[in-house]
Design a protein around this ligand. Structure first.
Ligand code: EPZ
Length: 418
């Protein structure tokens, strides 16, 4: 079992480059199921979840080759239409093969993802949308069994904004007969990136308004080459590190517009964050941190995937802060571990009350999910003494070589164990 060992204290300096967005590359890889031609992706992060979905594509009968930050995919036909429980358990984003398998091959069998550390993860809206397009779907023995002739365009409104739900429906509607209008779509940049790839493949998607997608179905889609957008959550994680550890460094390879809500909150908390050219931000931590309230919301609101990281910063703020988590019903598993490091946090329903400043002292802590792991690493940067984060396979699902990137900024962090 590998661990990360962090010694708190060093001020972070220099520059760091973020990788491609995990949550953009996963749907883009799933989209390769929609065509027999080659889909070539660049700026692909080398993270565990990408390996997992490439395994799934190969299990389905597709060819997937990865080299450096490039992935080439070709699915002329499939040998199986089933995404196994094992793979779906490993990564619930495997649900993203449901729409494309159904649209191109008329059948898909995908294990129900079940819950995870951040809450129950229903997919009722994915299913309702696909049924509206004509799919016959049954849920039995823990699997979703979906069948359809050619899907038919329809109007569908999402009850709630769902990122992968919107992505599944965009992919399914791309090959449906006729026009589909999807209302109350998720507006995350990763959704827009998928739509851009689909249009390069020959889909006809446009946006009458930011929450509404109109998809005019086509008979078949072709191959395409596409560069994955930068990971705004990784960028946000480094910006929090700068605000937290009195840093002064540049985060490169970002789309500043994608991190607007995070930058706004960090400025209120006292950090200085200024553009450095078109695709970089310079963050300077001022030492003192101001308390503030944060409510997670669908994009362009403050991202739930940044909630744990922001909480670490607020443990050092002068005063009391309140974080309200509105997206997931159990996304506070990092609280107990932060309290073990000395934080003063109390969870009351969907709110976490953080009293600061609370000096943190290093200890052994356990990672429970991807973003909670990142939060524990951030805490280690400012805790006195040594912090050991275990079960870091969660971290490796979504961050590429995070210890190398932080070491490049001067952090005292190393990976130990086999
Ligand atoms: C995506 O998950 C991201 N994952 C998550 O990132 C992210 O936290 C989440 O969007 C919210 O931004 C990927 O893109 C692979 P949702 P997703 O469907 O699509 C409810 C990370 O750390 N809902 O937008 O699964 C759901 O319960 C991961 O990188 C339904 O009720 O999230 C939640 O309350 C964690 N029915 C809300 O909607 C449905 O059918 C948003 O979920 C679908 C969702």
């Amino acid at each position: 079992m590998q661990k990360l060992v962090i010694r708190g204290g060093p001020r972070l300096r220099g520059e760091v480059r973020v990788s491609g967005a995990k949550n953009a590359v996963l749907p883009s890889i799933a989209a390769s199921l929609l065509t027999a031609e080659e889909v070539r992706l660049t700026n692909v992060p080398r993270v565990k979840d990408v390996e997992t979905i490439l395994t799934l594509i190969a299990d389905l009968g597709g060819a997937a080759e990865a080299s450096g930050d490039r992935v080439s995919l070709r699915v002329p036909k499939i040998l199986s239409d089933e995404a196994s429980y094992g793979l779906v358990r490993a990564m619930r984003a495997s649900i993203l093969v449901l729409g494309p398998l159904l649209a191109r091959f008329g059948k898909a069998v995908v294990a129900l993802p079940g819950g995870c550390a951040i809450g129950s993860r229903p997919i009722d809206l994915h299913i309702a949308g696909l049924q509206k397009l004509g799919a016959a779907i049954t849920l039995e023995h823990g699997y979703i069994r979906a069948e359809a002739g050619r899907l038919r365009g329809a109007e569908f409104a999402f009850d709630k904004k769902t990122v992968t739900g919107t992505e599944n429906l965009l992919m399914a509607a791309a090959l449906a007969k006729g026009e589909t209008v999807l209302r109350n779509c998720a507006r995350e940049p990763e959704v827009a990136d998928l739509a851009a790839l689909l249009n390069k493949m020959g889909a006809r998607i446009d946006w009458p308004d930011p929450d509404t997608a109109r998809v005019r179905g086509v008979r078949e889609l072709g191959g395409a080459a596409h560069e994955i957008i930068p990971d705004r959550i990784e960028a946000g994680t480094f910006l929090v590190a700068g605000a937290l550890a009195a840093g002064d460094f540049v985060v490169r390879g970002v789309v500043p517009g994608h991190v607007g809500s995070v930058v706004e909150k960090l400025r209120v908390a006292g950090a200085s964050i200024e553009p450095e050219g078109e695709t970089a931000l310079r963050v300077v931590g001022r030492g003192e941190v101001r308390a503030l309230d944060i409510t997670t919301l669908p994009y362009p609101g403050f991202p739930t995937d940044m909630q744990a990281q922001a909480m670490v910063l607020l443990t050092q703020a002068e005063g009391t802060s309140i974080i309200t988590e509105t997206i997931f019903d159990r996304r506070f598993s990092h609280v107990n571990e932060l309290v073990r490091l000395g934080a003063a946090i109390e969870v009351r329903g969907d709110k976490a009350v953080i009293r600061g400043p609370a000096p943190l002292s290093g200890a052994e802590v356990v990672a429970t999910d991807l973003r909670a792991s990142a939060a524990l690493v951030l805490a280690g940067l400012v805790a006195s003494g040594e912090t050991t984060v275990t079960e870091i396979e969660h971290l490796d699902r979504g961050y590429e070589r995070i210890e190398e990137k932080l070491r490049g900024l001067g952090a005292a962090i190393e990976r130990i164990g086999t």
